[in-house]
Design a protein around this ligand. Sequence first.
Ligand code: GLU
Length: 428
Amino acid sequence: MSTPTGKGRETQTTEEHESALETARKQLHHAAAHLELNPNIVERLRHPMSVHEVTLPVEMDDGTVEVFTGYRAQHDGVRGPFKGGLRFHPEVTRDECVGLGMWMTWKCAVMDIPFGGAKGGIAVNPKRLTRGEKERVTRRFTQEMRNVIGPMQDIPAPDMGTNPQTMAWIMDAYSMQEDETIMGVVTGKPPSIGGSMGREESPGRSVAIITRAACDHYDRLLSDTTVAVQGFGSVGANAARLLDEWGATVVAISDVNGAMYDPEGIDTHAVPSHDEEPEAVTDYADRTIPNHEVLELDVDVLVPAAVGNVITEANADDVSADLVVEGANGPVTTTGDAILEERGIPVVPDILANAGGVTVSYYEWLQDINRRSWSLDRVNEELESDMLDAWSAVREQFQRRDVSWRDAAYIVALGRVAEAHEVRGLWP
Ligand code: GLU
């Protein structure tokens, strides 16, 4: 079984292992330099508002008890309840949750949705748990965090290693203790218990919408665009399939075992996503290449949609794409980003590109608290319109200030968060 805490990560500072918190703080510092912000507010935003750490004793199927560690980092709540995913991964640490929570603050602000940022996690390898063990870990985590989550306080959602079933268990465990069914405590639930239509596809859909907008910005027709997607989970598979449907040529897709490569274009619908059949991409391939080579393919658009820290100081010089659109959270390290910028390869950041997930989470929360459900068409229409509004706001800063796409997105987000802090003030 995995070690309960991944403490080693907190002390690793080499570039390849830059923690999400280090990356997030450097990005904040970089973007703040473009704005005349009150330095006290920037200092406040470098820190989470609170971090909750719990230990979770769980009875395993063989009768032994294992103790896991869980976290919920609430970064900033000035614009509304905390919002962000919950991940089950052996390398989850406190710092990782803080950094990812910070990104959620910017993601919600760049989309202009009334939520703050949070992220949680349990240091556990979900692949090694049975369904029953996973359920018990999830319910115990919910119980231990019961006082800090809630529909008006902090609303978890799926992230790496968790899915709609995990959210259903959280909703149930929370509701049983509160003596009423409280659907709005989590988003990303199955539609039968208040989940939104289109929520599962939404991060991938937003990556596709933003990729299309970025191609348009650079006067590139999708029908003349080749795309490589790293990761074929919920984000990567949905992004690849939509771009494929909209006329782009997807030449490579990958999972942990390797990549499928076809310069003529892959039928992305013919390959099962991770959720449909885990880690099966290479089983369907005539031609495979190693996973890292996906990042180096000479394509028009590269979408890293697997895990964080994949484009680093070590390989940023080998990236041959003309444009990178971040599907995962934090796939490019600070040095990787600087190298790509120097080489003139634009990077459209995660906080914009994959923000469709939290945006449809917001629609789900609205549906839950209003006891109404929206059609899939309505969800997709609103998502398209909200993504394009955010794209326009970011593009305006990109053009006006001549900064990177990441800085432009941060400027939009940070401006909104800082203004809210300014008018609310410090209490007491
Ligand atoms: N985990 C997703 C993200 O990183 C979604 C968060 C949410 O819907 O609250 O954006």
